[in-house]
Design a protein around this ligand. Structure first.
Ligand code: ADP
Ligand code: MG
Length: 372
């Protein structure tokens, strides 16, 4: 199927509804390719129950992600998408297995039928960069807040996404809504269990992963959050290591050399370059102000609290959410103009569930908007 042209229709006997867990026969029409990643393809599609339900109406549009059902590399994507339910995480509607349409290819593919969003943050950043702007600040705040909220929720279950980057963050610019996608690398971390350190795309890899830590925490995603916020301001990735070994060097250009205790606590067997020579003479705060010239001071303060070597000193999701950078979102008269629209809209960013309020604990009073 080529981009945006021919469509592909087929019938599947067993399509499982994620909510009811019931399987039905459905017809699928795929009509547009919307993404191609390392492991599979994503197409836009509509589905219809074949038993006459919903008056034979097509449901959708959905995004169907297709990946080989069995590979050497263990994907927990379906497992995790089935248990999560959050406004800032892409939702799974149906799933089914299907053999390739190519008769020579006997591979079984897993198909995840998800809600479909029109864009991702990588496209948005690129769009504004081409027109020599950045994403408007109020939108950046709303996007960053929603991303941190998704992390509060996921990390509450001990789940690390492990591949936070702009192309794995779906957005709808017409509603300024954000949802994390691509749980192909996600994992529930257990404190007494090792996990691979060669995870996460290079530019967004937390320093502890770079030095080979295998007992990392969900705080690796918070590093990714910092990189994504920085990228919205800069219009390009903040740490662009040309090779895996040079990624840490890029980080030292902003944070200075990591301490000996950072290496000791995160991988005492690390034998790579420690980049212990300072490459700038000013303070780290001055360095942030140079690199994020023209950025509002509260944004710089937030980034300084997130882009921290030590995972335990790096801001937690709840600390991120109560940061003054997000104060404006709580105002009664806060609204945004969606891209290309002259009609302001209000956002529903504070509809926290009981579960989220529980995770916020004593900080919840600082977070909820006051009605005065
Ligand atoms: N639910 C969705 N709605 C719209 N686009 C999506 C959706 N899921 C994925 N995509 C698009 O497809 C791309 C690849 O999907 P992703 O899940 O990241 O797969 P991969 O594991 O191959 O990176 C994403 O970057 C995004 O642009
Ligand atoms: Mg991806």
């Amino acid at each position: 199927m080529s981009q945006g042209t021919s469509s592909n229709e087929y019938v599947i006997g067993h399509v499982t509804d994620n909510l009811s867990d019931k399987a039905s026969e459905m017809t699928v029409v795929e009509y547009k390719k919307i993404g191609e990643g390392a492991f599979g393809t994503v197409v836009e599609a509509k589905l219809k129950f074949n038993d006459g339900r919903h008056n034979n109406h097509w449901l959708g549009p959905f995004a169907i992600k297709r990946v080989p059902a069995q590979t050497e590399y263990k994907s927990r994507e379906l497992e995790i998408l089935r248990v999560v339910n959050h406004p800032n995480i892409v939702s799974l509607r149906f799933f089914f297995d299907k053999e390739s349409s190519n008769p020579k290819d006997k591979t079984l593919y897993q198909n995840l039928v998800m809600e479909c969003l029109p864009s991702n943050l990588q496209n948005e950043i690129k769009y504004y960069k081409l027109s020599k702007f950045t994403i408007p600040y109020p939108h950046m705040k709303a996007y960053s807040f929603q991303l941190a909220r998704a992390m509060l929720y996921l990390h509450g279950f001990g789940i690390a996404h492990r591949d936070i980057k702009p192309s794995n963050i779906l957005v709808d610019p017409s509603t300024v809504t954000l949802k994390i996608c691509d749980f192909g690398s996600a994992k529930k971390l257990e404190s007494n269990q090792d996990s691979v350190s060669y995870i996460c795309s290079r530019y967004y890899r937390a320093p502890e992963l770079i030095i080979g830590c295998t007992r990392y925490t969900t705080q690796i995603d918070i590093w990714g959050l910092g990189c994504v916020i920085a990228e919205m301001f800069l219009g390009k990735p903040i740490f662009q290591g040309q090779e895996p070994d040079l990624q840490l060097k890029e980080i030292t250009k902003l944070l200075g050399p990591p301490s000996k205790s950072f290496f000791f606590h995160n991988n005492e067997n690390y034998r790579g370059n420690m980049y212990s020579a300072k490459t700038f003479t000013c303070t780290i705060e001055q360095r942030f102000k140079q690199i994020f010239a023209n950025c509002p001071p509260d944004a710089i303060d937030l980034l300084m609290k997130i882009l921290v070597y030590s995972p335990s000193e790096r801001a937690s999701p709840r600390r991120v959410l109560i940061h003054p950078f997000f104060q404006e979102l709580k105002k009664n008269d806060f609204y945004v103009y969606p891209r290309g629209s002259d009609k302001p809209i209000r956002l529903n960013l504070f509809n926290f569930s009981e579960y989220e309020l529980g995770l916020l604990g004593s900080l919840k009073d600082e977070l909820l908007p006051t009605t005065t």
